[in-house]
Ligand binder design. Structure first.
Ligand code: 5GP
Ligand code: ZN
Length: 114
């Protein structure tokens, strides 16, 4: 989707600090990090919100979570812990309408989140 920020990052049209990419998934640093590691993992496919997932997208969401765990492990956070978050729509604070999995690590994370 040409007007979508994260589609444009996926296409390389807008720069981002890349962490990982393959044919289906792109991971990059959040521009406004909320923890020492704050990574966003997105599908290359444009999906606006979790509400828009279809059964065919299940493996893709699994791939985002699998890759988040791999990145956390590579960065040394597997044992200490980390958090993954999808925000969906206004009450959760979603601001970019292309699904993205936040991966946060490197500090004690409060619970419940605000
Ligand atoms: P949301 O609030 O939708 O769950 O998260 C959107 C995230 O995207 C925020 O954490 C925000 O800092 C990040 N973000 C917004 N614009 C950009 C950008 O242009 N580049 C990068 N790398 N992150 C962005
Ligand atoms: Zn998009």
């Amino acid at each position: 989707m040409p007007s979508c920020l994260f589609c444009r990052i996926s296409a390389g049209e807008i720069p981002a600090k890349a962490i990982y990419q393959d044919a289906d998934v792109v991971a990059f640093e959040d521009i406004n990090p909320q923890a020492p590691l704050h990574c966003l993992l997105i599908p290359r496919k444009h999906i606006a919100t979790l509400n828009d997932l279809t059964p065919d997208d299940a493996a893709l969401v699994g791939a985002l979570h699998y890759r988040a765990a791999q990145i956390a492990r590579e960065r040394g956070y597997a044992d200490g812990g980390y958090r993954t978050v999808f925000n969906c729509n206004a009450d959760a604070g979603q601001t970019v309408f292309h699904i993205h999995l936040h991966l946060l690590a490197g500090r004690r994370l409060g619970w419940p989140p605000g």
